[in-house]
Design a binder for this molecule. Structure first.
Ligand code: GLY
Length: 359
């Protein structure tokens, strides 16, 4: 991938443009309170969705023009029940076509808030203020919104881009090392598919503390890649699928564990799966697989699966959105920065790869 031409650096703020169904800016280094004030000037009413766990930190009071909806924490908020509750609350707050929703939280919250915005009155404006590393580098950027259903993750959703994404780096200090590292899995994924300098930065950083010190740089590099990909393939015709590297197996792991693992932790295992598959199908040198395994482990991310889970994981992979004509499809790499697509991966090979990442 080429130099990051979609990025501008102004007075401690890095702005990255995304050109999807409309243009919008991802601002790294903004202040969330100032952002809400800015958004408030543009709309007569705003409806804020944030998870319960941020209630004390945000200390926001509802007013006649600002409604606050606190959603359940974690992945469970991406449910039909919560969505219906939000629709009812939007109706009660009389949110109209010119009003807007703001999603403040991790990826589950921005996915949910964005989907509420996509579906309310056939689509109203929304703004993302991500508070986790995973949401900053991935979920809040790109316009994928949605909820989970018993059949799988993100099977119900809409492409509905935010009006802006405002990244306030101060939220990162509220994250445990485990949550920060889970976000690093998406950063590492981005490095593998498109920007080796991300991997080099993380290889040279002194553990999680060291990586935290490079947060702005890591986020900027990751968002720049995502912005470039989304700007050329918003609706995931093909290129955008590279962002799902590690996610076919990762989503199956996540669902199999009933969302008890962090998304990034499941993706970390999925990355290992995709790398071993790439060794078999795209001659990825095994030294690269070892290199990435070391990097994931350096940041405390899991790289193995438990014995006896293949049948269930295979079934879950068959429910993945990327399956076409019942054939498993994966994204791999032939080398760092060179994505490749694997169509029709056979069950036997899928099982052999699974056996390579057993505990
Ligand atoms: N998280 C993958 C994508 O936004 O396409």
């Amino acid at each position: 991938m080429k130099a990051l031409s979609n990025m501008t650096n102004m007075a401690n703020m890095i702005n990255i443009e995304v050109n999807a169904e409309h243009r919008y800016t991802v601002s790294i280094g903004s202040d969330w309170r100032e952002e809400i004030a800015r958004i408030t000037q543009k709309h007569s009413k705003i409806f804020i969705v944030a998870p319960q766990s941020l209630r004390d930190l945000l200390a926001l009071d509802g007013t006649a023009t600002h409604s606050i909806y606190y959603s359940p924490d974690g992945e469970s908020q991406k449910s039909y029940e919560t969505l219906v509750d939000i629709w009812n609350s939007l109706a009660a707050a009389q949110i109209g076509r010119k009003d807007a929703i703001i999603g403040i939280g991790g990826g589950a919250t921005t996915d949910l808030a964005g989907f509420a915005a996509a579906t309310w009155l056939r689509g109203i404006d929304w703004y993302a203020i991500p508070t986790t590393l995973a949401a900053m580098v991935d979920a809040s950027v790109g316009g994928k919104t949605g909820i989970n259903t018993p059949a799988g993750k993100n099977l119900v959703g809409a492409f509905h881009s935010p009006q802006s994404v405002s990244i306030d780096l101060s939220f990162l200090s509220t994250l445990s090392d485990r949550d920060f590292s889970a976000g690093l899995a998406e950063v590492i994924k981005t490095g593998i598919i498109a920007d080796e300098s991300i991997l080099q930065l993380l290889e040279s950083a002194e553990g999680v503390e060291g990586a935290r010190a490079h947060s702005a740089d890591l986020i900027a590099k990751s968002v720049a890649v995502k912005a470039r990909v989304v700007s050329s393939d918003f609706k995931e015709g093909k290129l955008r699928e590279i962002l799902n590297f590690g996610h076919t197996f990762g989503h199956a792991i996540e669902k199999f564990n009933d969302y008890s693992l962090r998304h990034g932790e499941a993706v970390s295992i999925g990355i290992m799966y995709a790398l071993f598959l790439s060794e078999s199908l795209a001659q990825l040198p095994s030294t690269q697989t070892k290199r990435i395994a070391q990097l994931l482990e350096k940041y405390g991310l899991p790289t193995k699966v438990s014995v006896g889970t293949f049948e269930a994981l295979f079934l879950l992979m068959q429910g993945d959105k990327k399956v076409r004509a019942e054939q498993l499809r994966f994204v791999g790499v032939s080398e760092v920065g060179k994505p490749v697509w694997f169509e029709g991966v056979e069950r036997e090979l899928a099982k052999t790869i699974y056996e390579r990442i057993l505990q």
